[in-house]
Design a protein around this ligand. Structure first.
Ligand SMILES: Nc1ncnc2c1ncn2[C@@H]1O[C@H](COP(=O)(O)OP(=O)(O)OP(=O)(O)O)[C@@H](O)[C@H]1O
Length: 576
């Protein structure tokens, strides 16, 4: 069994001209533990999610035993069922009300018998929450306990337990040792060994070289989304400069070996502390006195033994890094005050229209503004708008419903005339929602608050209570992207754990139920943050409102857009 990546490129979802992975060709084999190494942002998570069937390639291909992952925009369930992805942040993958439900959700796609499900769940619990002589259900992972009541490390362990409970062919682990104590790390290594022993494959993205190098079969080095090395752990030990060049730096074991070399003590490659100790003991060069002398000497002579892992890489050996083009975001350079102004003018114009034509004309600038957003974001907007459109259709249908008694019978009918007023208002609401969506998607939260504060600073001068209003309005706008990011997160869960063959950023109807709770929890969390922020704002309100912030910078172009906006607004007022 193997996974083959052939000249694979993955583009950033929102700026497609930016490649997160570039022209990557590699074959991953069953029965091997493959490590993905790279500095932060080098593309490890992206690669892992691509192998997990969550990110579609923009070029090249990925296949499992010759079968393409992506078929008609989706990954078939037969492939997803073989992948066990454990996310980098455990809270990204948990959502259910109880640990029992988390397990049920992960195991459901495998269509196992109740007995089998129970046995796999107990096995995973036994592995990740070993019994301490008590009843299993009294353990840390009490099945009725909420996963959100667990500590960070416990959540990580639960994530691993959920990932392994399904017994996948491929384990894809993202930073699995982060936040785990040494005892849990041993459990993790043991689990990986068993997985390999069963002839299955594992890919582990990690910064924790000392933990995983000893058990790995192979190491892939990533830099800026490009594969710059494919070698065994022993080869990597003999070429530590590769780690320096990839800006990863040396782990303590390799620094120790380097210290020995600097003191002219050459030891055979050692991957584990035990191997290192044995090598030192065996080395005829090393007597405790001699070693002591050499180490002392080398620490006195600068540059002989001290290895600075942050030293810049040797220029001759350094790997050429391709500059990734950063496309200018059309909206990011606009002053947030201008965006607020355009938004308020547009909403006011839409509110003032009495006729269909005028209202439809206010839709034109909104559609034009939205059309400049990246395709993926637009696809997301369409998905968000679908339930809203459904709500509009239902409310219009209800408002136009007529009821008449004819010959003792009740007859339902529909009157367009009766529904027209509702339809017009619903249409207005639709345009305002689209405008709000554009505003919230193109304006970072901080800029939004600063822009509004500045405008409302004028209100403050005439003693209006504007601080709380500014914060409340900004937070309402914050909810829109938050719902979107929660949607994206859930889509990942549905595909990674629910094994649903769906297009990216899609959710099945049956998954909407469980989604409500995490969404509400996020909303409550935001509400709490809002309360804290308001408390803080009371202290700082005098200093913030009306103050020019670094996030605000009005350009000549903004003035031109502002004047055009005002002219269009005046025209809308004239035609209303
Ligand atoms: N949705 C996205 N849109 C744009 N850029 C993204 C997106 N997701 C990730 N990136 C960028 O892609 C690059 C690779 O990210 P990735 O998360 O794969 O890195 P990583 O190697 O896993 O990093 P770390 O070790 O810090 O987890 C980063 O520069 C990141 O900013």
């Amino acid at each position: 069994m193997h996974i083959e990546l052939d000249r694979l490129t993955v583009a950033a979802p929102e700026t497609e001209s930016r490649a997160l992975l570039q022209n990557l060709s590699v074959q991953l084999n069953s029965g091997e533990i493959t490590l993905l190494l790279g500095c932060t942002g080098s593309g490890k998570t992206t690669l892992l999610q691509t192998i997990g069937g969550l990110k579609p390639p923009s070029a090249g291909s990925i296949t499992l035993n010759g079968e393409p992952f992506w078929q008609h925009g989706k990954v078939p369930q037969s492939i997803l069922l073989q992948m066990g992805l454990v996310f980098q942040f455990p809270e990204q993958q948990l959502f259910a009300r109880s640990i029992r439900r988390e397990f049920s959700y992960s195991l459901r796609p495998y269509r196992l018998s109740d007995e089998q499900k129970k046995s796999q769940m107990i096995e995973a619990l036994g592995q990740w929450d070993p019994p301490s002589g008590q009843d299993k259900l009294e353990q840390r992972f009490h099945l009725d306990r909420s996963p959100f009541a667990l500590s960070g490390g416990e959540r990580r362990r639960l994530g691993l337990a959920l990932g392994t409970a399904t017994k996948p062919e491929w384990l894809l682990l993202d930073e699995p040792s982060a936040g785990l104590e040494a005892q849990s790390v041993l459990l993790l290594l043991d689990m990986l060994e068993q997985h390999r022993h069963a002839g299955k494959g594992a890919v582990v993205a990690t910064h924790d070289l000392d933990t995983f190098l000893p058990i790995a079969d192979r190491v892939l080095l990533l830099q800026e989304g490009t594969l710059i090395g494919d070698l065994t752990p022993r080869e990597l030990h003999s070429r530590p400069e590769l780690l320096e060049q990839a800006a990863i730096g040396l782990p303590p074991s390799m620094r120790l070996a380097q210290q020995f070399r600097a003191a002219n003590i050459y030891l055979a490659t050692a991957l584990t502390p035990e191997e290192m100790a044995a090598n030192i003991i065996q080395s005829k060069l090393v007597t405790s006195d001699k070693l002591h002398q050499r180490m002392q000497h080398s620490s006195e002579v600068p540059g002989t033994s001290h290895v600075n892992q942050h030293e810049p890489a040797n220029v001759e050996n350094s790997i050429e890094v391709k500059a990734v083009p950063q496309p200018q975001d059309l909206y990011s350079s606009m002053d947030p005050r201008l965006k607020w102004m355009l938004y308020i003018l547009l909403v006011t114009a839409a509110m003032l229209q009495h006729h269909w034509l005028g209202l439809s004309l206010t839709l034109v600038p909104v559609v034009l503004a939205l059309s400049a957003l990246p395709r993926q974001t637009l696809a997301g907007c369409v998905k968000l708008m679908k339930p809203l459109l459904l709500f509009f259709i239902i409310s219009t249908a209800l408002s136009g419903t007529t009821l008449a008694a004819e010959g003792g019978n009740l007859r339902f009918g529909f009157s367009l005339l009766q529904a027209e007023a509702t339809l017009l208002n619903v249409y207005r609401l639709f345009i305002v929602t689209l405008a709000s969506l554009w505003f919230s998607l193109t304006t970072p939260y901080g800029s939004m608050v600063e822009g509004l504060n500045w405008v409302l600073g004028i209100g403050k001068k005439i003693r209006l209570p504007v601080a709380s209003f500014a914060l409340a309005v900004s937070l309402i706008f914050r909810f829109i992207p938050m719902i979107w990011s929660e949607w994206q997160r859930f889509s990942l869960i549905v595909r990674a754990r629910g094994k649903a063959a769906l297009k990216p950023n899609t959710v099945r109807i049956r998954d909407l139920g469980p989604m409500v709770i995490p969404l509400l929890m996020s909303l409550f969390q935001r509400a709490e943050e809002m309360t804290i922020a308001m408390e803080m704002r009371k202290v700082r309100e005098n200093s913030l409102l009306g103050v020019r912030s670094t996030l605000l910078s009005w350009s000549k172009r903004d003035t031109v857009i502002c004047v055009i906006g005002l002219i269009i607004f005046a025209l809308f007022i004239l035609i209303r």
